[in-house]
Design a protein around this ligand. Structure first.
Ligand code: BGC
Length: 751
C-alpha cells in the first residue's frame, strides 16, 4: 500500500515536472546561463531573404536559402527569430524543410533554444501555396459579422500552423481614419467599436484556448499606435493626433485586444506629434505596459530602430537609435537585414549604457512566448497539423464571407439582380484579374503576381464563362490590369447592339504599403474615361468596385443604374460578386467607412457638431456638412426592410441600470434577406465636445420574405462615457439619444 502511494507520488512529481518543464523558474534558470550575446540574439529578428542568396527587399523574387548564412545567424549571432519568405509563397513541404533546417541548427547550439518564426498571414496564409484567401478586413467589417471573422481566424491559424508557422503578424487594429492611406484595406474601417469588435474576434480565433495547440498561432496586434491617420495620407508618414483623439479613436481596439489576451504587438513605424513611436517611452512603457496592462512581447516593425537614425533623424548614430528604442520599451527588433542591432546592443550593455536587467526583461518575454507556443517541447513543424490545411470548409467560408461583405450602394429601377438570360458586356480592368480581387498579402507581399495564384482561382470573366453561354458574354479584358486595351471598348457597333447590360469592373489593382501611395483619391483618369465611354453606349449599366479604399466616382456615379462595392473579396471573390449580381445571394453588407463624394471632404461619420453645421446665408445654419457619396452604414438589399415600434424600456437610466432598446423589423418583400443593424448613441451635451454620434452595437437579423421580428438590444453606462486627454473615462449626467437608421429615441442618464 505504502509502496503504491510512493509510486503514485513519484509519478505525480514527474508529471508536475513535465508540466513545469518550462515554467517561469526554468526560464529564469535559462536566462541566468545566457551570455549578453545570447540574450541580444534572442531579441534579434532576421529576414529569411537576408539569409538567402541575395538580400530580399520584399521584391517577390524567389531566392535560395544559404545554409552557411543561416548557421552564422543562429550560431554566431544567436538569432532568436526569423521572418518572411525569401520570395513568394512556398509549398507546405518547402516550409517544413526550411523550418526543420532552422530548428536543427538552433537545437544543436549549447542552449538549444528554438527559433521563433514570424509571418504575415493577413487575410489567410499569405505565404503558403494553396492556402485559402479570405476578404480583407475592410470587407469583413462590412459583414458586421464577428462570428465569421472568428471562423476565418481559426482557419488561418490552422493553415498557418500546418505550414509550421506559429506567429502571425496580424490583426491590424489601426482605425481607418484616412481613406488615402494605402493600408486602409487592412483596417476594419473608420469606427473604433467596429475595429475592436472584429479585431478581438481575430485574436480569439488565432490564439484559441492556448498557443501550444497545433491549431493556434500567436497573434500580433499592430501597429501601435496612430499609424492609420497620417497627415499626408501616405504610408509611414507623420500623424498629428491629440491625446483625446488617441484615447477616443485609436487606443480602444488595442485595449480590447490586450484584454482578449493578444500575445504580441508591433509598433507603428511612423511618428505622432513629432515623436517616433519606436522612441516613445511614454507610449510604449507608460501607456502600453503600465496603463493598458500589456504583458506580452513588443516587436518593432521593419528596420524601425535604425530608421530612428536614418529617417526620423532623432538618433545621431545607429547605436544611439538602439539605446533609445530599448529604453522606450522594445523587446525584439525586426532588424531584419543586418546584424547591426546585435552589435550595438551588446556594446550598450557591456559598456553599462543599458542595464542587463533591462534586456533580461525582454528576453524573458520572448522565451515565455516560445514556451507558450510549445516550441521547447517540439520546435519542428507538426506533421499532424497538416491535416488541417486546405479543407473544403475553408472554401465555403471564403465564399460566404465574400458574399456577406458585398455592399449594394445603388439600385435604381431595381436593375439588380440581373436576369440570367440576357447578354452582358464586361468592361474594366477588374473583370479578368486575380490580383485585383485578392489585393495585398496574396501569395506575395504586393499580391500582384498573377502566376502564383492557385490554378483553381477564378477571375470574374472565368465565372461568367462558366455560368453563361458563349454568346451571352462579351469581354476582351486582359489579365494584365494596366494593359491599354482594358480601358477601351474593343467591339463593333453590331456586337454592342446585341448587349443588354454593361457591367463595369473598376477600382484598384493590388498594392501593399508605400507602393500603394496615391496623390488623389479620385479614381484614375483612364477608368473614369472608360466609364464615360460605357455610359455613351446607352445601356443599363452596373458598376462593381473592386478596391481597398473608397476611390471617388462622383464624375460618373449618377449615370450608373447599380453600384456594388466588392472591396477585396479574396479567393472566392469572383463567385461571390457574380452571385450578388444575379441574385443567387441577397446582399447585406454595410459600409464600414464614409464613402467621400469629393477629395477635399473626408469627414468621418463621427465628426463633431461643428463640422456638420453649414452656414448657407447670414443667420441661417443647417446641419448639412456631412455630404458623402455614401454614408457609414449604407448598404441596400434585394429585400425591403422597415423598422417600426422603436422603443426604450425607460426614458431615464441611472447607475448600472440597463437600457433596453426594442423595435419591429419587417421584411416587406418576398425575398429572404439579412439586415445589418448599427446602433448609435448621441451624447447631446458633454464637457468635451461630443461627436454627432458613435456606434455602440451591431447585430444582424435574417428574415424570410414577409416575416417580422422584434429585435432587442441592451446598452448600459459603459456605452455612454468618453475619454479625456489623460485617458480617464468621463460619464456625465445628461440627455442621450439612441439612433438606428431614421429612428431615434432620447433618454436621460443619471450617475
Ligand atoms: C509591415 C508590417 C509587417 C512587416 C513584416 C512591414 O513592412 O509594416 O505590417 O508585419 O513588414 O512583413
Amino acid at each position: 500500500m505504502i509502496k503504491h502511494s510512493a509510486k503514485y507520488f513519484l509519478t505525480f512529481l514527474f508529471l508536475c515536472n513535465l508540466i513545469c518543464l518550462f515554467g517561469q523558474d526554468q526560464i529564469d534558470l535559462l536566462i541566468e546561463k545566457m551570455t549578453v550575446e545570447q540574450k541580444v540574439g534572442q531579441m534579434t529578428q532576421i529576414n529569411l531573404g537576408f539569409l538567402s542568396s541575395s538580400v530580399d527587399q520584399h521584391d517577390g523574387k524567389v531566392k535560395k536559402i544559404d545554409k552557411e548564412k543561416l548557421k552564422n545567424a543562429i550560431e554566431n549571432h544567436h538569432v532568436g527569430s526569423i521572418l518572411n519568405t525569401a520570395g513568394t509563397a512556398y509549398t507546405i513541404e518547402k516550409w517544413h524543410r526550411i523550418l526543420t533546417d532552422i530548428q536543427d541548427i538552433a537545437l544543436a547550439t549549447p542552449l538549444e533554444i528554438p527559433v521563433l518564426y514570424g509571418i504575415d498571414a493577413i487575410h489567410g496564409v499569405t505565404y503558403t501555396k494553396g492556402s485559402t484567401l479570405f476578404p480583407h478586413n475592410i470587407g469583413l467589417a462590412a459583414t458586421r459579422n464577428p462570428a465569421i471573422a472568428n471562423q476565418i481566424a481559426v482557419a488561418t491559424a490552422k493553415e498557418s500552423r500546418a505550414s509550421g508557422l506559429r506567429w502571425n503578424f496580424d490583426p491590424v487594429l489601426d482605425v481607418g481614419r484616412n481613406p488615402l492611406w494605402p493600408r486602409f484595406c487592412e483596417t476594419f474601417g473608420e469606427d473604433p467599436f467596429l475595429v475592436s469588435t472584429l479585431g478581438t474576434e481575430l485574436i480569439k480565433g488565432y490564439e484559441q484556448d492556448g498557443l501550444s495547440e497545433n491549431t493556434a498561432v500567436a497573434s500580433c496586434m499592430k501597429h501601435f499606435i496612430g499609424y492609420s491617420d497620417p497627415k499626408s495620407g501616405k504610408d509611414r508618414t507623420e500623424a498629428y493626433i491629440s491625446d483625446i483623439t488617441l484615447w477616443q479613436k485609436h487606443i480602444p481596439s488595442f485595449k480590447a485586444a490586450i484584454d482578449a489576451g493578444a500575445s504580441t504587438i508591433m509598433i507603428n513605424s511612423s511618428m505622432i506629434n513629432d515623436v517616433p513611436v519606436h522612441a516613445s517611452y511614454r507610449l510604449l512603457t507608460e501607456l502600453l505596459r503600465n496603463k493598458l496592462g500589456f504583458k506580452g512581447m513588443i516587436v518593432t516593425d521593419w528596420e524601425d530602430i535604425i530608421r530612428l537614425h536614418e529617417r526620423h533623424k532623432i538618433a545621431k548614430t545607429p547605436r544611439e537609435a538602439v539605446r533609445i528604442a530599448i529604453e522606450a520599451g522594445i523587446d525584439m527588433s525586426m532588424v531584419p537585414n543586418s546584424f547591426s542591432f546585435c552589435e550595438h546592443l551588446i556594446d550598450l550593455v557591456k559598456s553599462g549604457d543599458l542595464s542587463e536587467d533591462r534586456i533580461d526583461a525582454s528576453v524573458r518575454r520572448i522565451l515565455v512566448l516560445k514556451r507558450d507556443l510549445g516550441l521547447f517541447e517540439n520546435a519542428y513543424p507538426e506533421k499532424d497539423a497538416v491535416q488541417n490545411f486546405g479543407l473544403q470548409e475553408y472554401q465555403s467560408l471564403a465564399l460566404n464571407s465574400a458574399r456577406e461583405s458585398m455592399v449594394l450602394l445603388k439600385n435604381s429601377g431595381q436593375v439588380l439582380p440581373l436576369p440570367k438570360n440576357k447578354k452582358y458586356l464586361l468592361l474594366g480592368p477588374g473583370a479578368n484579374c486575380l490580383s485585383a480581387l485578392n489585393g495585398c498579402w496574396s501569395y506575395s507581399w504586393q499580391g500582384d503576381k498573377e502566376d502564383v495564384y492557385p490554378k483553381t482561382s477564378r477571375t470574374i470573366l472565368d465565372v461568367f464563362q462558366e455560368r453563361f453561354s458563349e454568346n451571352q458574354v462579351l469581354c476582351d479584358v486582359k489579365s494584365d490590369y494596366s494593359n491599354a486595351d482594358n480601358f477601351n471598348i474593343n467591339f463593333s457597333d453590331e456586337e454592342i447592339s446585341n448587349v443588354d447590360y454593361v457591367i463595369l469592373f473598376l477600382g484598384e489593382n493590388a498594392y501593399a504599403e508605400s507602393p500603394g501611395n496615391i496623390d488623389d483619391l479620385t479614381l484614375d483618369h483612364n477608368q473614369i474615361e472608360l466609364a464615360k465611354k460605357a455610359i455613351a453606349l446607352d445601356k443599363k449599366i452596373v458598376l462593381v468596385l473592386i478596391q481597398g479604399r473608397p476611390r471617388i466616382i462622383s464624375d460618373f456615379s449618377a449615370k450608373m443604374d447599380g453600384i456594388v462595392n466588392a472591396f477585396l473579396p479574396g479567393s472566392m471573390g469572383a463567385q461571390a460578386i457574380v452571385d450578388v449580381l444575379f441574385g443567387d445571394f441577397n446582399p447585406s453588407g454595410t459600409l464600414p467607412f464614409t464613402y467621400p463624394a469629393n477629395s477635399g471632404d473626408l469627414l468621418t461619420y463621427d465628426h463633431k457638431n461643428l463640422s456638420a453645421m453649414v452656414r448657407t446665408a447670414p443667420n441661417k445654419k443647417t446641419y448639412g456638412g456631412y455630404h458623402p457619396a455614401f454614408k457609414f452604414g449604407d448598404g441596400l438589399s434585394y429585400s425591403d426592410f422597415s423598422i417600426s415600434d422603436f422603443k426604450l424600456n425607460s426614458d431615464t437610466i441611472s447607475g448600472d441600470e440597463k437600457l433596453q432598446i426594442s423595435f419591429q423589423l419587417k421584411n416587406n418583400s418576398n425575398v429572404d434577406g439579412t439586415k445589418n443593424i448599427d446602433v448609435f448613441i448621441k451624447d447631446h451635451f458633454a464637457t468635451l465636445a461630443p461627436d454627432v454620434m458613435n456606434l455602440k452595437a451591431i447585430t444582424k437579423v435574417f428574415l424570410k420574405g414577409g416575416a417580422q421580428k422584434e429585435v432587442f438590444i441592451t446598452l448600459d453606462k459603459n456605452d455612454l462615457f468618453f475619454f479625456n486627454a489623460k485617458g480617464e473615462k468621463l460619464l456625465e449626467d445628461g440627455f442621450f439619444s439612441v439612433l438606428i437608421e431614421d429612428q431615434n429615441q432620447s433618454f436621460y442618464f443619471k450617475n
